[in-house]
Design a binder for this molecule. Structure first.
Ligand code: GLN
Length: 598
């Protein structure tokens, strides 16, 4: 079928038609397939983890995959969302600030994503309104149906064309029944009709309750949730059941009976010890095979590629949790808020765990309580410290105390973005003897603003979209510690999200006192990486970037690898040996890494 035929089929050629389906240039019907993942019963089931694991299985088979997360909120991006409410703001290489699920996709697929892989109702609606002002709707009244859903279908097909995807994975945020996500469901229902039988596979991720008072699994909520989906005209092809324990045969049968989905397409997706074992679990359960059959994709499979990728992944996933030693890293921030707010930092350390065979435990340090008097006690059981990114003055003096302690006691230190800036402040105050050194973010009128707002950003007003964002090249000094971490590279690529930077006027005095700026922006006096000479300190490194965002299971971040290696040495020196692994191989403060929570 040609695009013309497809448009004719859906009535697009008739001028006064109720149909409205804008098609991107170059769209080839029958070429692309879509897997739409929706949640029922409740949110937080790990749709992103499920969807990215399934996408990974198809990618391993040599297919090209393109995920997209569709958010129901009206914000244009996630940039102004509070990470303590919504989890970390994940920054893509093109500077898009998006939901943390995009991090899961990038890590599991080992693929850089862009703004095309993320949308919100805000983006969809503003593009409809812009088109309306530009006269794009030919005198028609503009409606949710067909225009808003038409815009959603356009976005999905644009992604298909742009990424040349065999399969586009569409993750719809929230839960079936939410008003804000209903446009997306309606758009996907229409897309399935337009693309034709065998082009769109709907997967319902549902939840099977197991109340402790009953001691058995109950499927009613799952049945009702799927019924709700069917009321919207969508018959799921596959049902994946989240639960704490494996789903019983009886419950699978019940779900199958009530939903017209055959037993071999009702899967158990019970909790896993790590998200990285999910792809292999799905493969063992045969979900990938069912998707290939439903979408007639068996002939696009490259078996050799799959075998190679599977072996590479198993190397990683089979080592998770099998650690003979452990180190404790102090992470400044409040634990309750940290797990999601610093998801990528925790993941980046986990990647190193597997590569170095060491259990990395985090000790969460609430720095508002830290001062010169108690810092040594607070960090006594730590073998390294990370000060992660952040905004605002709260807790900064405590962070500065932690850094001073790490610097003076040769405890490995890694500063990420804000952690880079406060390391400069600490050094300026305590080594360069500029006692009032500060950042204008925390003390706008301080006498020595070693950290100040970026000159090119000073003119920009407002809060949304005025940061230095996305992937940028960094020139690295040959022979420096950071260059060695990157296999002697002299140019590396990192992701950024900041407003403030080191004021270049203070660089000479900081350098004179021994601080080394080993990474700089090409052609700009923007300091991007700092380190101390290794004869002074074994590992004292900060970066204005967020290397945690680009750490991948099979390609862990060199910054984190450097820190953890140094922490192992520090632990061996200070106690004679690294701590034994805990029975569970994980931090007692941390929840087990379940599909729902990771
Ligand atoms: N608040 C600092 C700035 O805007 C650091 C930002 C961050 O850590 N992401 O530059």
């Amino acid at each position: 079928m040609s695009t013309q035929d497809l448009l004719a089929k859906i009535g697009q050629s008739q001028e006064e038609s109720e149909f409205y389906t804008p098609m991107p240039a170059g769209y080839q019907p029958n070429k692309h397939r879509y897997v739409v993942v929706v949640g029922t019963v409740m949110s937080g089931l790990g749709k992103g983890i499920f969807s990215s694991s399934l996408a990974k299985l198809l990618k391993d088979k040599g297919l090209t995959v393109a995920p997209i997360k569709m958010e129901g909120y009206l914000n244009i991006d996630s940039g102004t969302l509070n990470p303590y409410r919504h989890g970390e703001v994940f920054v893509l290489d093109d500077g898009m600030e998006c939901d943390m699920d995009l991090g899961t996709y990038e890590r599991l697929l080992d693929q850089d994503l862009s703004g095309a892989n993320f949308t919100t109702n805000g983006q969809i609606l503003s593009s409809v309104l812009r088109k309306e002002r530009e006269g794009g709707y030919l005198g028609r009244d503009v409606q949710v149906i067909p225009h808003v859903v038409g815009e959603i279908k356009l976005k999905l097909r644009q992604l298909a064309v742009q990424s040349n995807a065999d399969v586009v994975f569409v993750e719809i945020g929230g839960t079936v029944g939410d008003y804000e996500n209903s446009f997306y469901l309606e758009a996907c229902r229409q897309l399935a009709f337009e693309e034709g039988e065998g082009s769109v596979c709907f997967v319902a991720l549902t939840y099977v309750l197991e109340p402790s008072i009953l001691g058995e699994q109950k499927s009613k909520a799952a049945q009702l949730g799927i019924k709700r989906l069917m009321e919207m005209g969508i018959m799921p092809h596959i049902i994946a059941c989240r639960s704490s324990n494996p789903i019983t045969e009886k419950v699978r049968q019940k779900i199958s009976v009530y939903t017209n989905v055959s037993m071999r397409r009702v899967f158990s997706m019970h909790d896993a010890e790590s998200i990285y074992v999910i792809p292999e679990r799905l493969r063992e359960a045969g979900i990938d095979r069912e998707v290939l059959t439903l979408l007639s994709l068996h002939d696009r499979v490259d078996q050799r590629h799959e075998d190679q990728e599977r072996a590479r992944w198993r190397w990683y996933s089979e080592r998770i949790g099998k650690y003979s030693k452990s180190v404790t890293i102090g992470l400044t921030g409040k634990y309750a808020a940290l797990r999601d707010a610093y998801a990528s930092v925790i993941k980046a350390a986990e990647h190193c765990s597997v590569h170095l065979g060491v259990d990395v435990r985090f000790k969460f340090i609430e720095t508002t309580d830290v001062d010169a008097g108690n810092v040594a006690e607070q960090l006594a059981d730590c073998h390294g410290i990370i000060v992660p990114g952040g905004f605002g003055v709260r807790g900064t003096e405590g962070k500065i105390e932690c850094i001073r302690h790490a610097r003076e006691n040769k405890m490995p230190y890694l500063g990420l973005c804000l952690g880079f800036q406060v390391a400069v402040i600490e050094y300026a105050r305590n080594v360069c003897k500029l006692p009032d050194a500060n950042s204008t973010e925390f003390a706008p009128t301080c006498a020595n603003p070693v950290i100040d707002i970026l000159p090119e950003q000073k003119k920009i007003e407002g809060l949304g979209g005025n940061m230095r964002l996305g992937g940028k090249d960094v020139d690295v000094t040959a022979g420096s510690l950071v260059s060695r971490l990157y296999d002697n590279a002299t140019r590396i690529h990192l992701r950024f999200r900041h407003r403030y930077e080191v004021d270049p006027r203070y660089v000479p005095i900081l350098e004179k006192h021994g601080m080394i700026f080993s990474g700089k922006a090409p052609n700009h006096p923007i300091m991007q990486v700092l380190e101390l000479p290794q004869d002074v300190h074994p590992f004292f490194v900060g970066t204005q970037a967020h290397p945690e965002l680009t750490s991948r299971p099979l390609r862990p971040s060199p910054f984190f690898m450097g820190l953890i290696r140094a922490a192992i040495e520090y632990a061996e020196k200070s106690t004679g040996k690294t701590g034994g692994a805990s029975a569970t191989g994980r931090n007692p403060q941390q929840k087990p890494d379940t599909v729902a929570s990771a």
